[in-house]
Structure formats: structure tokens, C-alpha cells
Design a protein around this ligand. Structure first.
Ligand code: HEM
Length: 416
């Protein structure tokens, strides 16, 4: 453990619990400065070298973890503020997390890390911090809530459970190893002390060997999932990020996380033709059933020998395709598994020893109500995939704008 961080963890935790965190946050900042000037792995050093293999830059106008190519492991950790926690408590936790993340994402230990020896490898760690609408109520400042953030309306196909839904604050933790995401969760939650309590953790994986890429992974049904996406070259930024009209929320985004249980027992009874029919794409290469390759546009009007359209109008793809130019959003799905557990909502798993599987459907957009809700409504009305899926959790968060050095996450949006 470095001399600058030794013994800090328990002390900082104790101070947070006793409401003296503000004084400590100042001392933590001083320690970060000390580490930088001593040539440690400071955030300042990494800003100057954004191409360090295995790390993703922390500082920038927008948080990492949205347009960042998804690595193999993601976990979302939802926290609630404890009763009595104030706006100042929230600001203080965000200050501490900012310091910790500036270090941890660049391969240095968070200040209160008890096992810094485990942090040294570069795992392309990113942590994206978001606030749920409930947090503004909790701290008695509903006026600070961004007007574009609201829970999704209920959908007929939902069977939502509290244990997978809602939350005041979210940490989206991503890395190339599960171990790195688990350790960072632990360090950040510990650093927040008594200000927060755990609400849920949802962890998923993607079959992404090697370096993360934007190639669509396969989901638990074996489908290539994540093909059609907004452009990430800046031309679709208005779909992904809040613009200057949002004042302090400029460069924020919205995360919609839907936990969708998938009934593999009944899906596995289908032959490949029926599976492809349900989605409108080929299993082998993800191409539309009307031909071409994964990136080819589908032809919804083409019909087969019996006069029916080749792509069923009730297929998932046909229902999900945008009907308006703004009905688009970024998807970074990953698969979850609960070994030996029955978690299929209203669907019945025949043999829970085969474990429960599902999709953590993570969507990112500037305005979920305008962009995503119309699509979700169409899917709830009719989507062949609904036979094998049920949504058991839902949560929506405003992802905070990014930070520059010397600034704290949420500082501008929580001012006042
Ligand atoms: C377990 C649930 C789901 C599964 C297995 C699934 C699977 C897929 C697959 C395989 C594709 C085709 C390839 C691609 O473009 O990615 C697709 C497309 C898509 N899905 Fe899903 N999906 C699920 C849930 C959802 C939900 C909840 C939404 C929206 C609220 C959604 C929105 C979309 C959209 C917008 C597309 C692209 C349509 C297009 O323009 O071609 N999906 N999905």
C-alpha cells in the first residue's frame, strides 16, 4: 500500500458515517494531489496519455461507458440514500467517487482500497454514474431533477419486481474481468459509508474475448443482438446526449435498464426456422431473412412463395424498427445467469437446475420517452419474442455529464 493511502479507508468510512465527510473529502483531494506530484498513476497523467493500452480515459465532457465498446463484464449497482441523507451528503459521496474513479479507472487503487495489489492490471475499467428521479425527492429538491427523466410507463408484458427495479443512484461498472467489477463495486460502496444502502446489483456478461469491440454479441437465445445502432461518429449525438439547451445537464444521457427473463426451456423446443421467424433475422450470421449480410437493410415487403411476407410483421425486428427518425437509441445488451434459480416471472421454467437466463437490456438515449417508449409500446403490443420473454425489472437513470480535472461528478447539476 502506498504511504499516501495507508489507513485512509477505515478513517474515511468512519467520518462519512459520522457526517464529517466534508472535512475528509478535502483531505482526500490533498492526498490525490500528493500522489500526482509524486508521479503516481494520477488522473492528470492519464489525461495526457489517453491511449494507454487497457485503460479508458476518465476525464472528458461525457462519461465513459456509453459509446465505449462494451467489454465482457458489466454490473449495475443501484443504491438508495439512507433516510435523512441530504443533498450535501450526496454531493460529498460524488466528490469522493470522482477522486476514486480518476485513480481506479487508470489502474491505480481507489484511496480507501484495502488490497491495492489486486488493482494493478489494466482491465479497461469504466464506471458511469447516474441518478434516478427518486433521489431528487429524497433530498427535498425535486426542482433539480432533469425534466426529461421519468420512469417508463407500465407495459402489459411487464412483471416487474422491486428487487430489480428503481434506485436513487446507479453505478455502471464495466471491465474485462468480473473480478475487477466486483472489487470496484466494493470499494465505491464502502467509500460512500452510511449515506447509501444497497438496493440491487445486476451483473451480465458478453461473449467478447480479447479487446472490447462494437461487434454485436450473441445473447442467450444465440441471436446476434446489437446490430442496428445509431452512428457513433458524432452524427447521431443528438440521439445519445443532452445538448446545450439542457444547461448544466448538457452531455448527460439516459440509461434504461430492463431485466428480461428468457425461457430457454421452451425456446430450445423450436427448430431453427421458427427461431429465425421470431426475430426476422438468420441465426448463423444475423442477416435479415430477406438476404444479404448482417448490415443489410431488411425488406419488409418482400413475400415468399405462399404470399406471406418473408419477415413476419410480428417479428421482433419488424416491431422494433423505428417508425419515426427519432425512435432510435444505443443498445449495449448483456446476458445474465442465475445458477439453479427460477427467475422467469410469469413464465415457468421446467427445470430450474438448468439455471435462469435473461438479458440485461441496457439502452442509452437523450430522451427515453420520445425515443424508446414508442418502441417498447409496440413490442408490448405484439412481438413474437414475448412468448419466451418477460420483463422482471426496470430502472431509469440520468447519467451525469462528464468531468474535467478539479471538478466533481454532479457538481454543476446539483448546484443551487
Ligand atoms: C430478451 C429480449 C430481447 C432480445 C432477445 C432482443 C434481441 C434482438 C435481436 C436479435 C435483434 C436483431 C439484431 C439487432 O439489430 O440487434 C434486435 C433488434 C432490436 N431490438 Fe431487441 N431484443 C430484446 C429486447 C428489446 C427491447 C426491450 C427493446 C426496446 C425497448 C429492443 C429494441 C430493439 C431494436 C430497436 C432493435 C433494432 C431494430 C432495427 O431497427 O432493425 N429489443 N433485438
Amino acid at each position: 500500500m502506498s504511504p499516501t493511502t495507508e489507513g485512509l479507508g477505515p478513517r474515511r468510512r468512519a467520518l462519512l458515517g459520522s457526517g464529517l465527510g466534508a472535512a475528509l473529502a478535502g483531505s482526500a483531494a490533498a492526498l490525490t494531489g500528493a500522489a500526482s506530484s509524486a508521479g503516481g498513476s494520477s488522473a492528470g497523467a492519464t489525461t495526457a496519455a489517453p491511449d494507454v493500452p487497457g485503460t479508458v480515459p476518465f476525464y472528458g465532457p461525457r462519461q465513459a461507458g456509453v459509446t465505449t465498446p462494451p467489454p465482457a463484464h458489466t454490473r449495475w449497482v443501484a443504491l438508495d440514500l439512507t433516510p435523512g441523507a441530504t443533498l450535501e451528503d450526496l454531493r460529498r459521496v460524488l466528490r469522493i467517487w470522482t477522486e476514486d474513479l480518476a485513480r481506479a479507472t487508470q489502474g491505480a487503487s481507489p484511496l480507501a482500497d484495502h488490497t491495492p495489489e489486486l488493482t494493478r492490471e489494466h482491465t479497461r475499467l469504466t464506471v458511469t454514474v447516474g441518478l434516478g428521479g427518486s433521489v431528487f425527492e429524497h433530498v427535498g429538491r425535486p426542482d433539480l431533477a432533469p425534466p426529461w427523466l421519468a420512469e417508463l410507463p407500465p407495459f402489459a408484458t411487464d412483471a416487474l419486481e422491486d428487487r430489480w427495479s428503481g434506485g436513487d443512484v446507479v453505478l455502471q461498472v464495466e471491465a474485462t474481468t468480473a473480478e475487477a467489477t466486483a472489487r470496484v463495486q466494493r470499494a465505491l460502496v464502502r467509500a460512500a459509508g452510511a449515506v447509501v444502502r444497497h438496493r440491487w446489483t445486476q451483473a451480465g456478461t458478453r461473449p467478447t474475448p480479447g479487446a472490447p469491440t462494437w461487434r454485436a454479441p450473441r445473447n442467450a437465445f444465440g441471436q446476434i443482438d446489437g446490430t442496428v445502432q445509431p452512428a457513433l461518429d458524432g452524427s447521431d449525438d443528438d440521439l445519445l446526449w443532452r445538448g446545450p439547451e439542457s444547461g448544466p445537464w448538457e452531455h448527460a444521457s439516459t440509461l434504461v435498464l430492463r431485466r428480461i427473463a428468457m425461457n430457454l426451456d421452451t425456446w430450445e423446443e423450436l427448430d431453427p426456422v421458427a427461431k429465425e421467424h421470431a426475430i426476422g433475422r438468420r441465426l448463423a450470421d444475423g442477416a435479415p431473412l430477406t438476404g444479404g449480410h448482417e448490415g443489410s437493410p431488411p425488406d419488409l415487403t418482400a413475400s415468399g412463395p405462399h404470399g406471406f411476407t418473408v419477415i413476419d410483421p410480428g417479428s421482433h425486428m419488424a416491431r422494433a424498427m423505428p417508425r419515426e427518425p427519432w425512435e432510435r437509441f444505443l443498445r449495449r445488451p448483456c446476458a445474465y445467469e442465475l445458477p439453479g434459480r427460477d427467475e422467469v416471472g410469469t413464465l415457468t421454467a421446467r427445470d430450474t437446475a438448468r439455471s435462469a437466463h435473461g438479458l440485461l437490456f441496457a439502452a442509452y438515449c437523450a430522451d427515453a420517452h420520445r425515443q424508446l417508449v414508442p418502441v417498447q409500446r409496440r413490442l408490448a403490443e405484439a412481438d413474437l419474442l414475448n412468448i419466451w420473454t418477460v420483463t422482471v425489472g426496470s430502472a431509469t437513470f440520468a447519467l451525469l455529464p462528464g468531468v474535467q480535472e478539479g471538478e466533481s461528478l454532479g457538481e454543476r447539476v446539483l448546484a443551487g
